[in-house]
Structures are given as C-alpha cells and as structure tokens.
Design a protein around this ligand. Structure first.
Ligand SMILES: *[C@@H]1O[C@H](CO)[C@@H](O)[C@H](O)[C@H]1NC(C)=O
Ligand SMILES: *[C@@H]1O[C@H](CO)[C@@H](O)[C@H](O)[C@H]1NC(C)=O
Ligand SMILES: *[C@@H]1O[C@H](CO)[C@@H](O)[C@H](O)[C@H]1NC(C)=O
Ligand SMILES: *[C@@H]1O[C@H](CO)[C@@H](O)[C@H](O)[C@H]1NC(C)=O
Length: 428
C-alpha cells in the first residue's frame, strides 16, 4: 500500500513538472512567431509602393552641406535613395553577381535568378539570387540574424572557401534582444543590412520620403477630418506578453486613466487578424489612437506596428520603443506621440483625452500626409548595384556583438531620457 502510494505521488510530481515545462515552452512560442512574421511583413511591404522620387530629393541632405556617399553613414540621410539609384558602369560580358541566400529562398518573397532585379526595375539587373549552394562561387552571401551564430558561421566558413572579394551580409529585422549571441564573430561580416541607421544598407520596415518642396509642418493642413465617426479612444494589440521594456505594466497604468481597448493574447479582447484584415479596418474606423509599443526599447527599432498598423490605418500612433530622435528621423513629420514626451502615463492619458475633445489638434497629426510619400526601399537593387561598384571598399565589422548589442543600444525598462549620452550612439 505504502509503495503504491509513493508511486502515485512520484507520477503526480512528474506530471506537475511536465506541466511546468510545457507552460514555459508555450510562453516562448509567441515571441518566436513575432520574429517570423515581422520579417515577412517587411519584405512584402517593400513592394507596397514602388515609385522612387526623382534625384532632387537628395537636397534634404545637401542643405546640411554634407555630401551623401554610398558607403558612409550620413548624419541626416539614410542613403537608401542614393544606393537605389546607383548605376555603376558594368561589363555585361562578365558573369552576373551571384548572391546566395543562406537557408534558401523561403520567407524572402523572391524567385531564383534575375527576376527580383527585373521586378523592382533596378538600374543594374546583372545579378542572380540563389537559394542553394550549388558548388559555384558566390559574390555575396546573406545571413539572417537568426541563422547567424558562431556555430553556424564556424561551419559555413570551413565548408566554403572564402575569397576576399566575397561579401558576407548580415540581414536583421529583429531587435538585439531577439537575436542570438554574436560573440566571436569578429571580422566575419562585411556588410550589415538592418533597420539600424548605421548599417551598410539600411533596411527599415518602411520608408517615408519627404517631398523636395517641403517647407515646415506648420505650413500644412490635414486633408480631411480624421476624427469623423470615431467613437473609441485607443487600442493596443499585443500577442507577445513578454517584453523587456515593461510595456504591459505601462498599458495597465494607462488603463487607470483612460479608455484603452486591449486586444491579443495578453489583453481581454480578441480580434483575429487572419480574417481579411478586419481588425485593422475596425481600428481605422473606430479608434483615434493606436499604441505602437515595440517589445524592446532599442535604438532605431521601429517595426510594422508603427508603419503598417498605425500610419497606414489612419490612427495616430503612440509609440514606445526606439529613442525619440530615431522616430523623428524615420517617421513622417508630426505623425506620432512618444510616451517619453510625457513624464508619466497619467500625463500622456491627459494629452490623449484632450485631443479627443479637439478635432483640429487631433487632425494636426495627419498633416504629414501632404508632405511626402512612402517609397520602395529597393533592397535587391541596392545589393546588386553595390556589388558592381568598382570602388567597392574591403571592409568588415570588427566586433559584431559590440556593434549590434553595445552599451545603450537596448535599455530594458529604462527611459531614453535617463540615459544622457544615448543620442551620441550614431553620427547625427
Ligand atoms: C537624375 O537622374 C537621371 C537618371 O536617373 C540623370 O540622367 C540625371 O543626370 C540626374 N540628375 C541629377 C541632377 O543628378
Ligand atoms: C510638392 O510636390 C509634390 C510631389 O511632387 C506635389 O504632389 C505637390 O503638389 C507639391 N506641393 C506644392 C505645394 O507644390
Ligand atoms: C570581407 O571580410 C573579410 C574578413 O575581414 C576580408 O578578408 C575581406 O577582404 C572582406 N571583403 C570585402 C569585399 O569587404
Ligand atoms: C555614456 O556615459 C557613461 C558615463 O557618463 C560612460 O561610462 C559611457 O561609456 C558612455 N557611453 C557611450 C556609449 O558613450
């Protein structure tokens, strides 16, 4: 009897243990999915609007008398348009530049071969994409951040002879907090293609280009009344309940001071984003504000939560994530409210409630619509043109871990204004 009893107890303890392990694993799943979907959305959205502006648009930078150069981080120009229009003379009798997408074409929304360069109407199309190492020499190899760890690279380096003209590119859309360790990856990666402003090729989730004739935001008026018919104040959609920046705590605090509808697996409301995108259509119709709270406070980390969920759905984004300077640089002028514009959640709630009463002031957050447009960032064109640059510099990131995850790149639960020198991280 005693023996049987302890056996039952043991099984019970085992069951509890199993349950705990399973709960832990399930907790991790949402963050993994968030990683994967972010990447897909960004790539599909690169095609959203494909017209590039004429080359006069470089005057924004010229005004600062600082010439924009292909290979050098610029204080006020992300160099995307310059790189996209770069048209080096090429010798078509040479074989095309071959670009290997490590781990295959899946998730990139492209086909084998030259198609991507044709589709985006690239100035230089003499390049090919490959999803499999087929024994040929490649001119460039692209590693997504998830694949990029010392184990994988150690193996890859041994497996393929690397000549000094071959360019190894790190592609990243996720924050340093969602990336593996890069310790030891010293002088391995030649170019970076990330949302970080100081990347070799900046790859933001979206790019808003201000027209040449832009004067100042106060000269513009909103094109219509965006408050019309909206009956609800604010909404947030969150599927990943874990966030290093304590966004959930902030949301709970805000809810004490204002009406805030909380959708997603960590909120009390549900909306299935899968079904014909109704969620965001309702957001657009009913709500005045959308909380575009990223899951990490990291420099330049501004995702589709801002560009797609909010700006493309005519709700004013209230943002938490990157430094306010990073938003000012990436966002359409006057298009957002940063949580750090206010000392605390109560003050922010007060501001939102006041805007709820003042349609004129609310509509000021839409003046940006007349100041510019979203443009295709021409990722594939830029890679192809840069690979054909006859002055292509030989370069590599000396310490990738330090570059990606250095001091004050991500700041956890802290506010940016607590970090006095955080603006000095990049050339500005
Ligand atoms: C603008 O680009 C076109 C071709 O894209 C080129 O012919 C023209 O010289 C450029 N203009 C300036 C001012 O750079
Ligand atoms: C500014 O330029 C844009 C794009 O070229 C044009 O649509 C708009 O009408 C211009 N605005 C003014 C005030 O000239
Ligand atoms: C790429 O980096 C490696 C390692 O530092 C270097 O030997 C090579 O010259 C670099 N190539 C280019 C094209 O930058
Ligand atoms: C920021 O300032 C602190 C001390 O004031 C210093 O230790 C740190 O190195 C600085 N960080 C950067 C990135 O400049």
């Amino acid at each position: 009897m005693a023996v049987r009893c302890s056996k039952v107890k043991r099984q019970f303890i085992l069951l509890i243990g199993l349950f705990l392990v399973l709960t832990f694993i399930l907790q991790m799943v949402p963050s993994y999915f968030e990683v994967q979907t972010n990447m897909l959305t960004a790539l599909q959205f690169a095609k959203f609007e494909s017209r590039l502006l004429n080359n006069k648009s470089f005057t924004v930078a010229n005004r600062l008398n600082d010439p924009v150069a292909l290979w050098k981080v610029h204080p006020s120009d992300d160099r995307i348009l310059l790189q996209a229009k770069f048209n080096p003379k090429i010798d078509l009798s040479l074989s095309p530049k071959r670009i290997l997408l490590e781990q295959g074409l899946a998730g990139w929304n492209v086909n084998d071969g030259k198609q991507a360069f044709v589709d985006h109407d690239c100035p230089v199309k003499h390049c090919e994409l490959h999803g499999h190492p087929n024994g040929e020499e490649f001119d460039a190899r692209i590693f997504k951040e998830i694949e990029l760890n010392s184990h994988f690279l150690g193996g890859a380096q041994a497996e393929v002879r690397r000549h000094s003209d071959q360019v190894w590119i790190m592609f990243a859309l996720e924050s340093p907090e969602a990336s593996p360790s890069y310790v030891g990856l010293n002088d391995v990666i030649n170019w970076t293609a990330t949302y970080r402003y100081d990347s070799t090729m900046m790859t933001p989730y979206d790019k808003f280009q201000i027209y040449d004739n832009f004067t100042q935001i106060s000269d513009y008026k909103s094109d219509k009344n965006y408050a019309q018919g909206k009956t609800k104040l604010a909404a947030i959609f969150v599927s990943n309940c874990y966030a290093s920046n304590a966004r959930l705590e902030y949301v709970k605090e805000l809810q004490q001071y204002m009406d805030l509808d909380f959708y997603g697996s960590c909120g009390n409301l549900r909306c299935d984003k899968g079904e014909g995108n109704n969620c965001f259509q309702n957001l657009q119709k009913e709500y005045k504000f959308y909380l575009s709270f990223e899951n990490a406070n990291c420099r330049d980390y501004i995702t589709e939560k801002f560009f797609l969920n909010a700006l493309r759905h005519d709700v004013v984004p209230v943002v938490m994530g990157a430094h306010p300077d990073d938003y000012r640089r990436a966002a359409p002028p006057g298009s957002f409210i940063h949580v750090e514009d206010f000392p605390n959640a109560q003050a922010l709630a007060g501001h939102l409630k006041r805007l709820n009463e003042q349609d004129d002031e609310y509509n000021d957050y839409f003046r940006w619509k007349r100041t510019g447009q979203f443009v295709d960032t021409k990722f594939w064109c830029r890679i192809c043109s840069l690979l054909w640059d006859t002055d292509l510099p030989h370069q590599s990131i000396h310490d990738l871990e330090q570059w990606w995850r250095g001091e004050n790149i991500c700041i956890g639960k802290r506010r940016w204004d607590e970090i006095s020198n955080s603006s000095k991280l990049h050339v500005r």
